[in-house]
Design a binder for this molecule. Structure first.
Ligand SMILES: Cc1cc2nc3c(=O)[nH]c(=O)nc-3n(C[C@H](O)[C@H](O)[C@H](O)COP(=O)(O)O)c2cc1C
Length: 365
């Protein structure tokens, strides 16, 4: 066995991962069929990457209200469950493990996806971003604020999606409470102006996440549930942080200690925030002491920095995004200290096999 920290096994609850090289969740927009279901091509793509300790699937919308991008796969229709079954079977055939990322985009959407109706959000605040629709990029609009009853319905939609994930054969779920999408929109003051139990205090702004965990655990024990957070996201996806942002995430992370989760998945800042004194520019350093369970870190890591962050006990696993797109056998390449292939960002979000299933493994060369 290699002595690299990344290649040592780890146990999440009752799940044994063969290494700590995790495939990060990545939208690839290949569900270009009427039902927005995963296809044989998805099965091939994920199977190629089954040497990961754990695959986290692309964000998968939990309802028609949750959609915000063209050709993303869902997990709320029967055809979608069938599509995902092909994927989980293919990954399990290769002795891999796969969680599905459950996703609601909230205001990061467009009326084109909702028969002309406004997208929904915690509050009616336009993220002033772009939405990628069937007719190309369009300006986002002012969303409609969810009623209290509708927030509770969103929690139920996550619960139903968790049930569907069991039926589709996933090993667990990751709750996408990150990157400026619906749940994250509740956490930040700029996007949440509510005066009901889901707004105002830090506890209220965080409430929806804990209600979703409570609802989902009926179908997956909490040690099969992961949570993703991006605490220092600022100036992207419509998110604006302030002095209360990091205290909100500190509250969330400490409270997650009560749940015995499979893992907490944190991203390092997507932009340079070193000159913003109320944000944290080293997420692993800041949050490791606050979280007692398995910590997964992501964002710009390579082989060397990935091994180092684990050796330094700042994280237990590292999630790789773009490197997993272009290196389907990433853990094998790490083991052999082999050269890594570059990714082609032009094919990140376009249908078809090009830039999806045609990156060679070492053994193919
Ligand atoms: C093509 C692409 C699609 C992505 N889609 C998602 C997604 O569906 N859900 C999510 O949480 N993050 C998504 N991300 C963010 C990645 O999970 C990851 O945080 C980011 O790529 C930084 O990690 P890296 O430096 O290892 O690539 C996406 C990133 C890329 C490049």
């Amino acid at each position: 066995m290699s002595n690299q920290a990344l290649l040592k096994p780890i146990t999440l609850g009752d799940l044994e991962l063969k290494n700590r090289v995790i495939m990060a969740p990545m939208t690839r927009s290949r569900a270009d069929n009427e039902a927005n279901a995963a296809t044989d091509l998805h099965a091939k793509y994920y199977k190629q990457r089954a040497s990961a300790g754990l695959i986290i699937s692309e964000g998968s919308q939990i309802s028609s209200q949750a959609v915000g991008y063209v050709n993303t796969a869902g997990i709320y229709k029967p055809e979608q469950i069938e599509g995902w079954k092909k994927v989980t079977d293919a990954v399990h055939d290769e002795d891999g493990k796969i969680f599905v990322q459950l996703w609601h985009v909230g205001r990061m959407s467009h009326p084109d996806f909702h028969d002309g109706d406004k997208p929904v959000a915690p509050s009616a605040v336009n993220p002033n971003d772009k939405s990628y629709t069937y007719e190309g990029f369009k300006e986002t609009v002012e969303p409609r604020a969810l009623t209290t009853a509708e927030v509770k319905q969103v929690v139920q939609d996550f619960k139903k999606a968790a049930k569907n994930a069991v039926d589709a054969g996933f090993d667990g779920i990751e709750i996408h409470s990150s990157n400026g999408y619906l749940i994250h929109q509740f956490f930040n003051n700029s996007s949440n102006h509510r005066d009901d139990e889901y707004g105002g205090s830090i506890e209220n702004k965080a409430r929806i996440l804990f209600e979703i965990i409570e609802a989902a655990k009926v179908f997956f024990p909490t040690n099969r549930i992961g949570v993703r957070l991006n605490p220092s996201l600022h100036g992207l996806f419509g998110m604006e942080a302030d002095e209360e942002t990091i205290p909100t995430f500190e509250y969330i992370v400490k409270k997650l200690n009560d749940y015995d989760l499979a893992y907490l998945h944190l991203s390092e800042p997507f932009t340079d925030v070193s000159d913003i004194d109320y944000l944290v520019d080293n997420i692993a350093d800041h949050f490791r002491p606050l979280y007692k369970g398995n910590l997964m870190i992501n964002g710009g890591f390579d082989q060397e920095s990935g091994n180092k962050v684990i050796e330094n006990e700042k994280a237990d696993m590292v999630a790789y995004g773009k490197l997993f797109i272009s290196n389907p056998d990433l853990p094998v390449r790490f083991e052999k200290n082999a050269e890594l292939q570059d990714w082609d960002s032009d094919t990140f979000y376009v249908p078809g096999a090009k830039g999806y299933t045609d990156y060679p493994k070492l053994e193919d060369k």
